[in-house]
Design a protein around this ligand. Structure first.
Ligand SMILES: *Cc1c(COP(=O)(O)O)cnc(C)c1O
Length: 349
């Protein structure tokens, strides 16, 4: 692998006590091209613009996928990834569905490891902070025919992330738009899934909500996800979440929360959960908590649910008593090497 080092690091300009998500990109990036059926010439170079033809298929037909993962430090400065093999496998399952070339494990692992070793000082030391890693794959073939590209670019970029203090969310149950359909690409991390969610999300925001609670595209009566998070309902001592079918994104945070909850003796139900059942339980004040989860936020709880112009409020309990906080802390403790990792999720870099 060729390494081009930056001449002046930007790290001294960063106040690690004041980072929000995605406002500081690390010094370097990983870049690799796919041509003539092969990935070739992987390189690490200073973070910066790339040049592609305006004909690149990514701009016209949207062949673009990505992953989101994080690197953490423990208090001794050791660096860990969290379940990176899961991201690798999901990247390739997205690639397969969008008719893009697969990435080899060695390319993914070596690129990531090398980049993290070069930009190690960008990984924050503080609990709850991390370096967010964004691997992505785009079609770069310069021709306008509506066929899968023959050329691609695979890159990895990194940005500082903090998620410890989050405001509770106001969420609207969507009755018109959908992010995902049967046979579609809902289970992939395709860029287009995000593009199509921006308009309905903006409408929800104009109505006073932060996010959408997505429902199934054919009947809008079953709950799927919220925004770009998987979603959990804590009702009568059961943790309920939609099954990881082809319409929801099979979140690594979701999977991990289910495993931790079960180990802690919390009952978890992965089942179709209807809007009417949710509203019934909200009316009866039986819903203790609702929360979304994903790599970026880890866990973020909801305070208000909107449905057909009515709002339902969730109980205002202290964070210390929240099951969502308990699960979040457990997960962060594993990620930051504060507690044992009984599941083998930490991956030392
Ligand atoms: C990335 C993503 C998630 C969360 O997945 P994690 O692996 O936990 O980060 C959930 N829903 C959607 C739509 C996503 O894109």
């Amino acid at each position: 692998m060729i390494i081009e080092n930056i001449s002046h690091s930007r790290i001294d300009k960063i106040d690690f006590n004041d980072i929000s998500f995605g406002n500081h990109y690390s010094d370097h990036m990983f870049y690799c091209k796919f041509e003539n059926g092969k990935w070739k010439n992987p390189i690490i170079k200073p973070f910066g613009d790339i040049t592609v033809s305006p004909l690149s298929l990514v701009f016209h037909y949207g062949q673009a996928i990505f992953e989101g993962m994080k690197a953490y430090k423990d208090k001794y400065g050791n660096v860990f990834l969290f379940r990176p093999l899961e991201n690798f496998n999901r990247l390739n399952s997205s690639a397969k569905r969008l008719e893009m070339p697969l990435i080899s494990k060695s390319l993914f692992r070596d690129g990531l490891k090398k980049l993290l070793s070069i930009d190690k000082k960008w990984i924050p030391n503080n609990y709850g902070q991390s370096l967010y890693i964004r691997p992505f794959l785009i079609a770069s073939d310069g021709k306008l025919s509506a066929n899968p590209s023959k050329k691609y670019i695979f890159m990895i970029i990194c940005t500082t992330a903090s998620n410890y203090y989050l405001t509770p969310l106001k969420v609207k149950i969507e009755q018109k738009y959908s992010r995902s359909a049967d046979g579609g690409i809902g289970f992939t991390k395709a860029a287009g899934n995000y593009a199509s969610s921006f308009y309905p999300t903006r409408i929800a925001q104009e109505e006073g909500y932060d996010q959408i609670l997505w429902t199934d595209s054919s009947t809008h009566s079953f709950i799927e996800e919220s925004g770009t998070m998987n979603v959990f309902f804590y009702i009568k001592n059961n943790l309920i979440t939609a099954p990881a079918n082809k319409k929801i994104l099979n979140g690594i945070t979701r999977k991990s929360i289910i495993t931790i909850a079960k180990k802690e003796g919390i009952k978890v139900k992965e089942c179709n959960f209807s809007v009417s059942e949710l509203i019934y339980n909200l009316r009866k004040n039986l819903v203790k908590e609702i929360f979304g989860c994903g790599t970026a936020v880890v866990v973020n709880h909801f305070k208000k649910i909107g449905y057909k112009f009515k709002n339902y409020y969730l109980p205002n309990i202290s964070n210390k008593k929240r099951i969502s906080f308990f699960l979040k802390k457990n997960l962060l403790d594993i990620q930051h090497n504060v507690i044992n990792d009984p599941f083998g999720w930490r991956f030392k870099v």
